[in-house]
Design a protein around this ligand. Structure first.
Ligand code: UDP
Length: 325
């Protein structure tokens, strides 16, 4: 199979590229290196089944050529990370909406299968935990920048499902829940790389708000394994899937303590008000837990990597010379 990964030099994309090559597929990566890095794919360049183009998905001739060559497209190129979204809202909305629009339009010409990355952020402030794919999305007001990310991804989902319904384009939408692992940088605000980096450097661990908000963290290899299954499964087409880990829900304050304990760090844990961490009036999601019934039923998915192992692997990465800190 020939797979195109948009955003393939990013954190999840580069792990996916590796897994596809390992099973014998040919891989094309399209990435503009906005948040991705050439270092993430450096080790793949010597494989003759690996090809990459440093360009934007919005460069139509380049995207068209690569989509034409592929049997399946994993569309991961997007603006991600709450900090990035709060700081560059125009770029977030434009990249997420126009990028997906372009990929779907081009894929539709020869009906290429597209797997569209979305996010658990779309559930917004919903308190119907665990979140089921068919649950209502509860977003905050347009004056609060954070929600533009969820909204831009919801538009991506609507558009993908519309292409499926109206034009019979084979699409699969997946919502990622706090994916973590090596190569994820703390630069865009993600909590585990931030805490681990702070712990390793002996800096204070910055817990935003009162730390009572909770998350479930998924290791990147679990995500990649099930993405391959979704790509191969004919019945996944036209559906939306949560991908996460429901084995452990942890508050951010407890997470900070866990990171300290597992890294043997003497760093202190400090609380930073949301207004200071992000922007005035920032609204967080209090709990975020996936309902995984749908993906379990279709693929037999079961997350394998537990939080302590995730933390150990991320800590090993941050103490190696490969880390992008
Ligand atoms: N967070 C934190 N300290 C940090 C970075 C993030 O307390 O240095 C909090 C953040 O406010 C959120 C949670 O950790 O409540 C997860 O944040 P992340 O950006 O990783 O993902 P999100 O779940 O917000 O998409």
């Amino acid at each position: 199979m020939r797979a195109l990964i948009t955003g393939g030099a990013g954190f999840v994309g580069s792990h996916l590229a590796e897994a596809l090559l390992e099973r014998g597929d040919e891989v094309f990566v399209l990435d503009n290196l906005s948040t991705g890095a050439i270092d993430n794919i450096e080790h793949l360049k010597s494989d003759r089944r690996f090809h990459y183009a440093i360009d934007s998905v919005m460069n139509e001739p380049v995207a068209a050529e690569l989509i034409d060559r592929a049997d399946v497209v994993f569309h991961l190129a997007a603006a991600v990370g709450v900090r990035l979204i709060v700081e560059s809202p125009v770029n977030t909305i434009e990249t997420n909406v126009h990028g997906t629009e372009m990929v779907l339009k081009l894929a539709n010409k020869k009906k290429k299968k597209v797997l569209v990355a979305s996010t658990s952020e779309v559930y917004g402030k919903s308190n119907q935990v665990p979140f089921r794919e068919d649950a209502d999305l509860v977003l905050g007001p347009t004056m609060k920048g954070r929600w533009s990310y969820a909204c831009s991804k919801a538009i991506d989902e609507f558009l993908a499902l519309a292409y499926h319904k109206e034009k019979r384009l084979p699409v699969v939408v997946f919502r990622l829940f706090n994916t973590v692992g090596p190569r994820q940088t703390g630069r865009y605000g993600m909590v585990i790389p931030n805490f681990v980096k702070q712990a390793v450097l002996g800096h204070p661990l910055t817990v935003f708000g009162d730390g009572s908000q909770s998350r479930c963290f998924t290791y990147v290899s679990d995500v990649v394994d099930v993405l391959l299954k979704l790509a191969d499964h004919p019945s996944a087409v036209g559906q939306v899937f949560n991908i996460g880990n429901d084995h452990e829900e942890v508050t951010i304050l407890d997470l900070a303590k866990r990171v300290k304990a597992r890294t043997g760090s003497k760093s202190e844990v400090v609380m930073v008000p949301y207004d200071q961490a992000y922007e005035e009036g920032f609204e967080d999601m209090q709990r975020r837990v996936p309902d995984l019934s749908r993906i379990r039923a279709l693929t037999g998915y079961e997350p394998r990597v537990h939080l302590d192992e995730i933390l150990d692997n991320v800590a090993a990465y941050f103490t190696s010379d490969k880390a992008r800190v």
